[in-house]
Design a protein around this ligand. Structure first.
Ligand SMILES: C[S@@+](CC[C@H](N)C(=O)[O-])C[C@H]1O[C@@H](n2cnc3c(N)ncnc32)[C@H](O)[C@@H]1O
Length: 214
């Protein structure tokens, strides 16, 4: 990812990852060909590790897009756990529904259509893992609303938190992203300084924050 790691480092890390499912790999390639903003491969590998480590059985995701990461995470739970995922674009929501069907995961993945800021108040259940991967300016709101639904000891992963390096370096900030940068900086400060959480920010992909809810 530009401005986070050198390209050769990212390429090398990606080259180490073992592909375990041809159908999922084909789906990734189709998404990449369409330049859809799906998770970076190395971020996927880290999510896989977390899912196995905490033995996640229930995941809430903010930002479905066409369903790649939902299907990936369900697969990593051996298609036994549940994924609840929220998407505000009608087009992507419909595509995600179709993709979930193609992978026969209708019983494992529930896609909700609407703005996560509102939808989160209507979602029932408790979760082992949250994956926040939607509008960057609302991460604080998504996080607080997710936290109310997380089990003790749960993990919240927030993607793209270094946003092409802009979060760490003023020289990289482009004018139209100023509000986003300010909000993401506030967000990282919040989840890093608040005593209820332990957060580590990793320069993986476009930046991934890993937060333990104490
Ligand atoms: C980066 S993509 C998600 C990619 C997906 N997690 C994956 O890796 O396959 C972000 C998605 O979040 C959706 N989104 C953005 N803001 C949202 C919001 N407030 N509520 C629900 N969805 C939102 C966008 O429409 C977009 O499809």
């Amino acid at each position: 990812m530009e401005n986070i790691n050198m390209e050769y480092i990212d390429d090398y890390i990606k080259s180490l990852i073992k592909n375990e499912d041809d159908k999922l790999e084909q789906f990734r390639k189709e998404c990449e060909k369409r330049k859809l903003p799906i998770i970076h491969k190395e971020v996927g590998q880290f999510i896989k590790l977390i899912i196995k480590q905490i033995n996640a059985k229930s995941i809430i995701e903010i930002g479905t897009n066409v369903g790649y990461s939902s299907i990936f995470m369900s697969h990593e739970m051996n298609n036994e756990g549940k994924v609840v995922t929220l998407e505000r674009s009608e087009k992507f929501y419909n595509e995600a529904i179709e993709n979930v069907k193609k992978f026969n995961l209708e019983n494992n993945i529930k896609v909700h259509y609407g703005d996560a800021v509102d939808l989160l108040d209507t979602i029932d259940g408790t979760f082992d893992l949250a994956f926040i991967d939607a509008a960057k300016s609302y991460y604080g709101t998504f996080f607080d609303k997710c936290c109310k639904k997380m089990k003790s000891g749960a993990i919240v992963l927030s993607d793209n938190v270094l946003y092409q390096g802009m979060i760490a370096n003023d020289d990289l900030v482009v004018r139209r992203k100023k509000t986003l940068v300010r909000n993401l900086r506030d967000y990282l400060k919040y989840i890093s300084q608040d005593n209820r959480y332990i957060t580590s920010v990793l320069p993986l992909g476009d930046g991934l924050a890993v937060t333990l809810i104490k």
